[in-house]
Design a protein around this ligand. Structure first.
Ligand SMILES: C[S@@+](CC[C@H](N)C(=O)[O-])C[C@H]1O[C@@H](n2cnc3c(N)ncnc32)[C@H](O)[C@@H]1O
Length: 308
């Protein structure tokens, strides 16, 4: 990619719209193998090639004049080909003494970020529309599997649901509990399980637990002591089947993946087979497109409505 590729100016209209909705975490622009995000008072540049950095920084320097936004800091994050090589963002510009723990808002909901916690800072921006659905519609019992920092659970709890968040990482769940507190919610009245989701599903089913909404957004690849390797392309089918065992008769499931080899049609095919094997019926509902992501960027996802 040429380093001198022009980058479109930010859509000021969209910028103002986000701000008026109480959202200060969004993608500002995308340029092939690079993109720029606003995360509260800071910017995060993500790039596949270091050679893109000068152009990205020059572009950031034009932001105050166009949007009136002067970033506190600019962080950079190299996107390695191999996931194992992923590292925390590095500070490129701004005060090195400012805290690495910050807070962003999305439609007025607060989420903690940590620029030192690794490659991901704490909130996946490409799930904004799905979180908005949950915030509007979740009620009854809500199961958030692969919950990470529990952003979906916070939205469900704000909507009045009783939530259970499951993640292998105790640390991510603790950040999730902190997100509840940030939003004036008591983490005590919600459940957080540090476990392998593949072990939790049968346990929940045996106990007769049923959920009105289930979030299934696994990583592309992971390993656990309990169950070994997880590879989304091989294991999503079993996961959907297991989730159907704990879904309420008119339950709704979000099936989502960032694996570029699985598109929406693949997810629907996997769900159709799982429904057939469990002798259930359901209909699919697409997630609305994200205004700040180009077509095809971000997670592939579909909502499955049971009993319809
Ligand atoms: C892609 S993130 C999920 C993002 C989350 N849905 C969100 O929108 O914030 C993947 C998460 O799955 C967790 N994880 C990976 N393998 C797991 C497993 N087998 N069981 C439970 N959690 C797992 C990781 O610790 C990580 O927090």
């Amino acid at each position: 990619m040429p380093t001198s590729a022009p980058i479109d100016p930010p859509s000021v209209k969209l910028w103002k719209k986000f701000e008026s909705e109480g959202t200060n975490a969004f993608r500002i622009c995308t340029l092939g193998g690079a993109w720029i995000e606003r995360l509260g008072g800071d910017l995060l540049l993500s790039y596949q090639e270091e050679s893109l950095l000068p152009d990205l920084l020059a572009w950031c320097a034009t932001l105050p004049a166009i949007t009136g936004f002067l970033p506190d800091r600019i962080f950079g994050r190299h996107l390695p080909v191999r996931n194992q090589e992923r590292v925390s963002p590095v500070l490129l510009e701004g005060d090195g003494e400012l805290p690495l723990h910050t807070t962003v808002t999305e439609a007025g909901v607060r989420f903690g970020l940590d620029f030192s916690a690794g490659y991901s800072t704490g909130l996946f921006l490409d799930q904004r529309h799905n979180r908005a659905w949950v915030r509007q519609n979740a009620k009854g019992r809500f199961l958030n599997t692969f919950s990470y920092t529990c952003s979906f659970s916070v939205c469900a709890a704000l909507a009045g649901a009783e939530t259970l968040s499951i993640d292998l990482s105790r640390k991510s769940l603790s950040r999730g509990e902190a997100n509840f507190v940030l939003n004036g919610l008591s983490a005590e009245t919600h459940r957080f399980f540090a476990a392998d989701v593949r072990e939790s599903f049968p346990r929940l089913a045996r106990k007769g637990e049923r959920f009105d909404t289930i979030i299934l957004d696994p990583p592309t690849f992971s390993t656990s002591h309990a169950r070994g390797r997880f590879r989304v392309e091989d294991d999503m089918g079993d996961l959907v089947q297991a989730a159907l065992e704990v879904a309420a008769p008119r339950g709704r499931l979000l099936i989502s993946t960032n694996c570029t080899r699985l598109g929406v049609r693949d997810l629907e095919r996997i769900c159709r087979l799982a429904l057939k094997l469990r002798r259930l019926s359901g209909s699919f509902h697409p997630s609305p497109p994200l205004e700040d992501f180009p077509r095809g960027a971000g997670a592939s996802c579909v909502w499955l409505q049971l009993g319809a």
